[in-house]
Design a protein. Sequence first.
Length: 337
Amino acid sequence: MLRNLTLQLLVVVLVLALAAWWVRSQLVTPYYGAASAETFVDIPRGSTTDSIAASLSNAGVLRHRLPFQLYVRWTGAGRRLQAGEYRFSVPATPVQVVQRLMQGDVFFYAITIPEGLTAQETIDEITRYGLGDPGEMERALHRTEWIRDLAPNAQTLEGYLFPDTYRFGRKSTSEQILHAMVDQFRIRITRLVAEHPLRPGWTIARLVTLASLIEKEVSNRDERYMVASVFDNRIEKGMRLACDPTVIYALKLTGKYDGNIHKRDLQIESPYNTYVHVGLPPSPIANPGLDSLRAALAPPKTDYLYFVSRNDGTHQFSKDFRAHESAVSRFQRHSRR
């Protein structure tokens, strides 16, 4: 009887040893058995280790569930596995899969929205990545209740979609995407106004509108303050701003912009045409970046009233119309040559 008991014990030990060897070998053996070149696994918040293992196994990320489950329990990693959507495309061991889930290495699209895009151009850029729905985003542009405290009279979110680099998941909705951009604008403008309080009589809406003109007029970071000064001086004197980008924006709104501004376009009837109407247009013409917002918030004191492109990315600034005409003649002639 003792001999039988010893034999049984040896069998049990052998089975356990083989099981341990199998589990250990599985933990260090890479595997990828999904039917496609990439697969996505969504792990909801509050998921158990068993449900996570099932999802990974069903997706072809794990060959067997048990090694993953045992490793998670043995290491105590269960509470550190993070929710989110994960992308798998290459063979990985169960240990590597657990490490990814612990690190929260979730899948996202990194999208950089350049400064100076209009709201429509911003939508086009986002949907180019396969995110959101164009129609839903266009409708979301009218969710002005998101900025009601900043711009009570806003008709769209134009100007308030902050240019930055964002990370969005594949399932982010159109409203979630645009709301994230508005939230980022709110964070940035709050910090700016805390550093440089608004001037008497100015509002956030007016500031953003001026910043949008600056953004579209110049690409040179250092000149934005000078352009802001010119616009500020012209507003103070009751002069028309004569800002070409406002005409372009007016033409885009009517679908008549062909890539060029013609002389006749300077006289089109539109509240955005600053060649016809005095002062700022009724709302922003683009989404300005941080530098343009800073320039609009605190323009330097100068006597400049005009500026013209030198055709090299910089501008010539003038204090009177005669000097401006001379600069225009000189640089236009140089451009023709």
